[in-house]
Unconditional design. Structure first.
Ligand SMILES: [Zn+2]
Length: 275
């Protein structure tokens, strides 16, 4: 028997159901003992840890990804795609609790909501620092912050503190220990095809003796395997419907993400293709 928790929202309500399946979910979980939270396209995914919780507010490849992590002390966002402000407002989020934003890489579907969120925080008169965590040499994040400060710097009531992390470097926010680990990722566009490798990380986040891992966008790589193994929760991108040589350094396939996810205690698949 495997218990699967499904979470989903309509615009105004959050519903929670626990379903118990006795059917063969062997394709997802072969040992039958661990609880699997399996992401469902277009639905909200949440996870409740000991004294913290995680909400995948939205995630679709080529559109947006934003994940909210809430602890007793404060909240952080992992990625800040288009619509982040809207999603936070719909959750009635307390913006004073938002201490940091950890960005996995600079692609538009992971940073597209940054300008809007900074503008909103400026408008409502935030005064405390906001820590922006990003992979080292992430041009998009640096330039977004630089551009924003060049326009609004004189009337900014709070500091944006950019902290660039190299492979396996850590930062503490509240009581969360956030460790970046390098992953393998390339962008792709219709006209230019698959591009160069970009600075990209996943995050391993520890709190109260539990640990969650968020893959960011990545092809299959050793660092991802290493950090996901034994985690209490893994949130994994599963963009590609099938594994091909062409996409091997761009995205994980559903099959690959599931295989890695099974090495964590629970996992959620996100970032499905919008097409
Ligand atoms: Zn990407």
């Amino acid at each position: 028997m495997i218990s699967v928790r499904l979470f989903y929202v309509t615009t105004m309500e959050l519903r929670y159901e626990t379903l118990t399946f006795s059917l063969a979910l062997n394709s997802i979980n072969s040992n039958g003992s661990s609880l699997i939270v399996y992401g469902v396209v277009g639905l909200l995914n949440s996870w409740q840890g000991r004294n913290w919780n995680v909400k995948v507010m939205y995630s679709k490849a080529g559109v947006a990804t934003q994940i909210l992590i809430s602890t007793a002390e404060c909240d952080i966002l992992v990625d800040v795609g288009d619509g982040t402000l809207r999603d936070l407002l719909e959750l009635d989020h307390d913006f004073k609790r938002l201490n940091a934003i950890a960005i996995t890489h600079g692609h538009f579907d992971h940073v597209g909501g940054l300008w809007t969120l900074l503008s909103f925080l400026r408008m409502i008169g935030r005064t405390s620092d906001l820590v922006l965590i990003a992979p080292r040499s992430c041009g998009e994040v640096k330039n977004l912050v630089k551009g924003f400060m060049s326009v609004y710097g004189e009337t900014m009531p709070f500091q944006v503190v950019l902290r660039e992390l190299s492979n396996e470097e850590k930062i503490t926010i509240g009581r969360m220990e956030i460790q970046a680990f390098s992953v393998v990722h390339r962008g792709s566009t219709k006209v230019y095809g698959i591009g160069k490798r970009v600075p990209a990380v996943g995050y391993s986040i520890g709190y109260d003796k539990q640990r969650i891992v968020i893959s960011g966008d990545t092809g299959m790589c050793q660092s991802l395997r290493k950090f996901v193994k034994g985690a209490d929760l893994a949130i994994l991108e599963a963009t590609a419907k099938e594994k091909t040589i062409k996409n091997s350094e761009v995205h994980l396939s559903i099959e690959e993400a599931t295989e890695i996810g099974k090495t964590a205690k629970e996992f959620i698949l996100i970032h499905q293709c919008f097409r």
